[in-house]
Design a protein around this ligand. Sequence first.
Ligand code: SF4
Length: 368
Amino acid sequence: MKIDTLFIDKDLPLTFEIDYLISKLKTVPQWIDDPSSVYNFITAADDPISKAKKTLYITRNKGAVIRECPGTSYYTCCDYTILHAGTFCTMDCSYCILQAYFHPPVLQYFAGLETLGHTLEKMFSKNKIFRIGTGEYTDSLIWEKVSLLPEFLVNTFARQNNCLLELKTKTVNIESLLSLDHNGKTVIAWSLNTPDVIRSEEKGTASLTARLEAARIAESNGYRLAFHFDPLVIYPDCARHYKTVIQQIFEYVRPESIVWISIGTFRFMPKLKQIIEKRFNRSTICYGEFILGLDNKMRYFKPLRIALYKEIISCIKEYAPDLMVYFCMEDQEVWEKCMGFFPKKEGELGRLLDKSAVTHCHLNSRLL
Ligand code: SF4
């Protein structure tokens, strides 16, 4: 993580966690008592989003640490739980929704591992399976090189039997996790794309082969794995390229190590288009056959989505017939035409994923 400017909340006690961050970041911290200093610093830049990627604000999480994934009522949702450990990202994908989500975007690390531990203990005492991830408002493993957070989470989740931890990333930052006694409760998940899309749209991320090699190493250290093809981007010959990526996955890792694969085509809030046009003037990602979806996001025309999904799903099933493959935010018609079924009842997709979590991560099966 390369940070030019480091702000730290003056109220934070100088714990080992903070000391560790400062020593790794190698940037002289500015202790501040008002977050508006950070917001003003970022918004004064010509490109506040780029500035925010090099400016870290270490603070306390003043909101909810545990959140239900927002989802929408129009598309089938997977009932995921978000652990809100930080915001924004140092990498720079053209399609990243976080660019349009925060006003202004701020790269924040929420300090307080002890409080986080207490919150998690409450989750661990519930009679329910939870799939919990930190990769919704940030990349889970950009923090691995500078903070104790990923290591703390893996160790904490290792001691319980009803929660799966998913660390979702486009980095290869797994070194500090390899020697941990994770007890099979952590899934390391890579977002994947074709080399063309990685090259043109995912600035600062690891290459496809580097991600797959990291997955292989994680697997050899006993970690369960997941992969997310989201966003799938439609461009000439893309189906063939995505099928090559799938073939590569199974050259690197065994199907039994994979807890699930999710797929979802590119979709965007209309206001993201202006940001992409301004910040990534060579990107063509927003120009395609899009229509406005029920959730007010632009999506590829449905027959195009269905055609690509069918090819991808049948390719995955060739290598791993029993693997759990699911859509992130798709409707009944797409499910039925591509998967042959639709998880209609409320919570049904969540239960299917819980089942896969229980099987792969040895969670308490009586809670299903
Ligand atoms: S890696 Fe994820 S969080 Fe980071 S810029 Fe890309 S899409 Fe956004």
